[in-house]
Design a protein around this ligand. Structure first.
Ligand code: CUA
Length: 350
């Protein structure tokens, strides 16, 4: 009995030492840093420091308990190991103060974690009413940003320092996830519904957007750049210049995005027939196995976009159907098809 008590006393004297070491480690390692830490990238939004605070609180709490529990366990294992000639100690069966001590503090800590976590979650869900809205479209494999202020869109996200920004996001095809590590924001982008997130960028610079949900073989390439313009005269001018440079959707921009690779405007054949002089002309086409001549009217152009295999051009060459695989009937909105038809009509009758 006497030896056990000496052991207990020695252990009790060492516990504060262990606790002190862990506390020193905690202080030395810090709890988040605007320039980034070993575990976290730099903090470029106003939300980032709160997220990091909760993260490091939970991390260090875990580290503290891990070190102490493992330390005490190893110490006991060694101290009370089986030795020849020493009878095993009887184990205590019930100890109320001890049981309260290991039940109550963890409950309090879990409630604190939940409180800070939930508070942060609600804050990240609730964009301020003066937030600038940007529409985000995720598709395999790029992000597209539309700025309602001008109606223009771009593959780059530009924001002002200190200005809350709310992103309203949707997917054109499969599940994606919009992730800006330096802003500590991430949200799934789900086909068939809108999701949103917001942030206030507080550090001028260029940052990355990633897709954080596997969405096909180019998933890792689904990235975009974010530019945060400084809140200065010059920064505001740069931001306005960017907005002015965004592409407002038009028949021409749709042509460049969707058709240009295969259809020229110069009369030359690239992959498919040229659009030059197409509208209103007489065209030889293969329809249901027979070559006929038709007038390239609006209905023909529309059908050729939505159902490319229906009439295959026999103008100058035997074109086969390489276009159905592009699935424009699914990819283009009805208004976009209208714009394209108008654009091709506007290329003039010849
Ligand atoms: Cu989009 Cu992964």
């Amino acid at each position: 009995m006497t030896t056990t008590r000496t052991h207990d006393l020695r252990l009790r004297r060492r516990l504060p030492l262990l606790g002190g070491l862990a506390a020193a480690g905690l202080l030395l390692a810090g709890c988040g840093n605007p320039d980034g830490t070993l575990q976290m990238p730099l903090q470029a939004s106003e939300q980032a420091k709160d997220v990091d605070w909760v993260y490091y609180f939970i991390f260090w709490l875990n580290a503290f308990y891990f070190i102490h529990i493992m330390g005490v366990m190893a110490w006991f294992g060694w101290r009370y190991r089986r030795r020849p000639g020493v009878a095993p100690e009887p184990s205590p069966h019930h100890n109320l103060p001890l049981e309260i001590a290991w039940s109550l503090p963890p409950i309090v800590l879990v409630v604190v974690m939940f409180y800070w976590g939930f508070k942060g979650y609600v804050h990240l869900q609730t964009a301020p009413s003066d937030a600038v809205k940007v529409e985000v479209l995720g598709k395999k494999w790029a992000w597209n940003f539309t700025y309602p202020a001008t109606g223009g869109s771009s593959e780059q996200l530009h924001v002002m320092q200190g200005q809350p920004v709310k992103l309203i996001m949707e997917s054109e095809d499969v599940l994606h996830s919009f992730y800006i590590p330096t802003f500590r924001v991430k949200k799934d982008v789900v086909p068939g519904r809108f999701s949103s997130l917001w942030f206030t960028a507080n550090r001028p610079g260029e940052y990355h957007v990633y897709c954080a949900e596997y969405c096909g073989d180019q998933h890792s390439m689904m990235r975009a750049e974010i530019t945060v313009h400084p809140d200065t005269e010059e920064g505001r001018a740069e931001y306005q210049a960017f907005l002015a440079s965004t592409t407002v959707m038009s028949g021409e921009s749709l042509y460049r995005q969707n058709c240009q690779a295969c259809h020229s405007l110069e009369g030359t054949i690239v992959v498919g027939p040229s659009f030059r002089g197409l509208f209103g002309s007489q065209r030889k086409v293969l329809e249901a196995g027979a070559v006929t001549t038709i007038t390239a009217d609006e209905a023909y152009i529309r059908e050729s976009i939505l159902d490319p295999g229906a009439k295959l051009s026999r103008e100058g060459r035997e074109f086969d159907d390489q276009m159905s695989a592009q699935n424009f009937a699914q990819r283009l909105e009805p208004e976009e098809v209208d714009m394209l038809v108008e654009f091709i009509k506007g290329l003039g009758e010849k």
